[in-house]
Design a protein around this ligand. Sequence first.
Ligand code: AMP
Ligand code: MG
Length: 342
Amino acid sequence: MKTKLLTKQDIETAAAILRDGGLLGIPTETVYGLGADGLNPKAVRRIFEAKGRPQDNPLILHIPDASWLERYCCGVPETAYVLAERFWPGPLTMILPRREIVPDAVTCGLDTVGIRCPNHPVTLAIIRLAGVPVAAPSGNLSGRPSPTRAAHMLEDMDGRIDAIVDGGPCGVGVESTIIDLTAPVPRLLRPGGLPLEALREVLGDVAVDRAVLAPLSAGEKPKAPGMKYRHYAPKAPVTVVAGPGEGTARYIRERMGKHTGVICFDEFAGGFPGCTVNPIGSGRDPGEQARRVFDALRAFDGTDVTEIFAQCPGDAGLGLAVANRLKKAAGFQVVEIGEDAP
Ligand code: AMP
Ligand code: MG
């Protein structure tokens, strides 16, 4: 199969691919998605094949506005509408009880479905024109860093899908925040492009699932099935070095060699001579770090780097999502440097 690169003018071609059961790369504000008609089980199963995605990791349904919620979900709580009003279109996925019409292929047999309205005019227009909800995970091969540009998605998916719509680089850069509204207390399943603080402002109490912060122990069943897999990983192994900038930079300097890759804040980019250095923005700007973190991870592939060290932001704002992606890329191989390390 030859994968076509479409532009934002090709909305009709893109919508026809979805309606015909094809696979389409879609731009969103978070990352590029690999979309198919979410009501067509055969098309949805092709997503799993193209990505090499484990069969028990469900997909998110993308809709053009909150008025479509009732079509695919039942018992929608008032809070879902409050959140939609405030944050949609935007990087927030809500887990809600599903209706029968949603195929098992999307939910992997769960009685809930993840649903979101992406903030990208081209993709919203395509979904409206197709007239179907679009099931889409991130558009990378399973386990690889998520794509934030059409060219990165093409690297992983060329020959495997019908087309990719080039909508430019993603403005947010990390996937959506996932909140489970079926739990007694709303539960954060994945930190993402909408900060936890913004959710707490609206919902008050929000529980944070343990898998957000630490690896699952053997046999433990995750609430978001995707959380149990190794994720976002470049080819070389990653070690996250968490803590204050000076201390973490020093730790990396003491261990670096010719084949060391470094992900760091801009302030420290000059401090690793001889290494392959991919800065992700100022240490004070987690929004910029989110936009750049996946590109930085991906950029080590095809270099002679055999090990990667990464500085890591704190948990405030989008820092929680950036830190989560880096730690997952590292398989939770994390070194903590204390505040007063010598
Ligand atoms: P991706 O967009 O590639 O990150 O994949 C979608 C994410 O949404 C995965 O981490 C899934 O585990 C999660 N997800 C989708 N549907 C559900 C659901 N019904 N319950 C919990 N997590 C879900
Ligand atoms: Mg993904």
